[in-house]
Design a protein around this ligand. Sequence first.
Ligand code: NAD
Length: 492
Amino acid sequence: LLGGIGYAGWLIYEDRHPVEQIEADPTKKTLVILGTGWGSVSLLKKLDTENYNVIVISPRNYFLFTPLLPSCTTGTIEHRSIMEPIRSILRQKKARAKFYEAEATSIDPERKVIKVSDISEVRGDTLETEVAYDMLVIGVGAENSTFGIPGVKEHSCFLKEIGDAQQIRKRIMDCVETATFKDQSPEEIERLLHMVVVGGGPTGVEFAAELQDFFEQDIKKLIPELADRFRVTLIEALPNVLPSFSKHLIEYTESTFKEEKIDIKTKTMVKKVTNKTVEAEATRPDGKKETVVMPYGLLVWATGNAVRGIVKDLIAKIPAQKDSRRGLAVNEYLVVQGARDIWAVGDCAVAGYAPTAQVASQEGSFLARLFNNMAKTEQIEDNIRELSSSLNVKPGNSAEVTRQIEEYERQLRRIKDIKPFHYSHQGSLAYIGSEKAVADISWFNGNFASGGGLTFLFWRSAYLSMCFSTRNRLLVINDWLKSKVFGRDVSR
Ligand code: NAD
């Protein structure tokens, strides 16, 4: 603990105060970074900001540690514990970078400008303006996919942002309190306490697990009359949940869910949603299809990603992107194909990898290295040019100057030799409830799959080490301890 406090103190001491930051140089190129998610923030973390005029634009003025978002829906973790203000991140940079809390709505690759829109509650209006760039990094992520299924947008909760987790937390308690209200019919109680999760990917699985934990460990103790009424159903269109995990872990997850009394309905595709029911087409074991209607109190929609409007708009403007359906096609240096001076990272880029936080974060770090090297290259090329011109003016020094030029050229060759982006998969982890987790880890070129209580401790320590800051880490530990000792907070 003392070590932790000391480390935290050291980190705070190491932080720069904004007045100590050097001013951005207006003669340098303007690098605009869109977004404050995994890709953009890992780029910012490693970028030498004194080389460019850096402008960050995002409607969200914080970085969100998304792997622990499902835990916020039940209050195991408080939302501010996994948020890191972008202002604190920028304060640690050597040169000052600008941040605009606004939404980028469209990009004009010809004029090299971005249209931004700032919705201000204080002003009570929306201000539209343009920001010019020399170099642009798009890290705007993706939005929730609904596949145009009727009723999904209107009636479901999603699980992407802090606001979504808060909405779910309120809705769970609303269902519980309404179900216990005087004179409710048994059908209505059954509906209100039926929690439906659509999508058996890691998001749906982790949320269903957290929800069942919340009920078993807290709600049931506080309101025992609900003991046999609360139900969690996970609906998945494919034959199994967690399709990206190994077979053994899929089976382990499914059997753990059975023990936890989470009902998994596989080969079931949701086709329609109303304010009280989910309508799905289920494939029976004999291959016949049947329509099932499930009344629900809470519906959480976790069926993956869709392309954002700003990205669709840019794709339509670049002829080389005409076949891009899932995002901006990028080359091995993450340059948007068919565009000049535009790079893309994370879920909005299609580089041939799954849309995960791990990929986005490695892409961001790669771009930081690339930009740092590009700036160094320009600097060295300037130096060489200057020395070469002095060679003619002062011929007496020629041996020394030539030696310096050769040294610079050697440095240049070393820097310019930057390898294309290569993703190194460290593994996948998912929490599956009752203090168990599954892990598919890449280990010395091999794979290591494990599930259970020990894996749960590994899951916790891995996520803790990945948290953005020491402050986040301490807050998350505190939340875990608090919910273990006092139970989760069930107030709305
Ligand atoms: P996903 O794309 O991984 O899973 C969505 C699931 O929804 C799919 O299995 C799909 O078959 C199902 N589905 C789609 N439409 C349906 C319908 N109408 N009815 C029923 N089922 C339907 O989505 P996700 O879980 O949000 O994950 C998105 C990405 O983020 C993935 O790449 C995932 O690996 C990653 N992620 C990883 C973790 C982790 O490793 N712990 C956690 C969250 C997300």
